[in-house]
Write a protein that binds this ligand. Sequence first.
Ligand code: EPU
Length: 338
Amino acid sequence: MSQLKKNIDLSSYHTFGLPHKTDALFEYESEKELIHFLKTESHKFKNLMPIGSGSNLLFTQTYHGCLLHNRDLHIKVTDRNETYTIVQTGGGLDWDDFVAWTVAQKLYGLENLSLIPGTTGATPVQNIGAYGVEVRSFIKSLEAIEIATGRKYTFSNADCRFGYRDSIFKNEWRNRFVVTSVIYQLLNAPQFNVNYGSLKQEIDRLGSLNQENVRKAVINIRNSKLPDPDVTGNAGSFFKNPVVTQTTASKLLEQFPAMPNYPAEDSSVKLAAGWLIDQCGLKGYQTQKGAGIHDKQALVLINKGAKNGKDILELARYVQARVKSQFGIELEPEATIL
Ligand code: EPU
């Protein structure tokens, strides 16, 4: 059953856990309920915006509008051929519950993406990725409802224009559609990707290379580096890893030979924002107002008792200024600031 809630506290609707409010929040369990709401009631609200589990959002004030919260949790196998099994999920399904399900079904591909916070409907929006894998490799298509009209669309993988932590839904089509369902294309046989530094080591420590151990290793590494949002409010990596030209990277490497750098698209170079912030001596830093930088991974901003998202934003701006003055690099937030 769908529900419209007014003037509610958002603490439990986003992983920073800040007590900002929203004018309205519409919760729905099926595409049909959402379409009905958009066609009959939505004209009463401004700023309609979809949210999943709020694991990539920083609220800094009351949200004057209506948030559309997906609670459609269905999983359905829709097709299977020699190579792939096609699985459709409701966009409100918890991502890691889904990854656990794929492992139980012996469907391969998503194990490196274990324990990433969020819902399946949010995964294409920022093309989630970890340990050498991005979700775009396993998305066949998705279904979305246009907010202004309530009309349903199906988009292919190519339509989504995926990039590093990016898709058309984060740019031209920001807040134009609600992703109601994602259709994944999963491998029937394993094709493990364990080249990421510490992953191979952790799998060796656990024993043999199999899907359960890849999932376990990823979970162990994440737990050792990243704060649990149920305990300490955070939004994962707060900044994107900056992508620079080869010339810029070479100049920086002359000065900082230990700087991590990875080849990226179009012969550019990706740097590690966490390393840059760490080099500024900011790991574990905390402000008087309760905003902090995680002591095991400097890319993660944390809530250490802040009551206002502006205090986290202030720290983010300070981090950007320090990295800019030390390395000449502009960090771009990965989290959406509202
Ligand atoms: N590093 C430091 N100090 C730090 C943090 C990192 O020196 O405080 C160094 C590390 O030693 C390593 C390099 O920086 O040499 C990269 O660090 P890490 O391997 O932890 O990965 P990352 O680039 O910081 C990215 C993703 C994470 C993802 C990991 C693993 C982005 C913005 N972040 O982090 O994603 O889990 O790789 O694949 O791409 C997220 O998006 O919320 C997220 C957590």
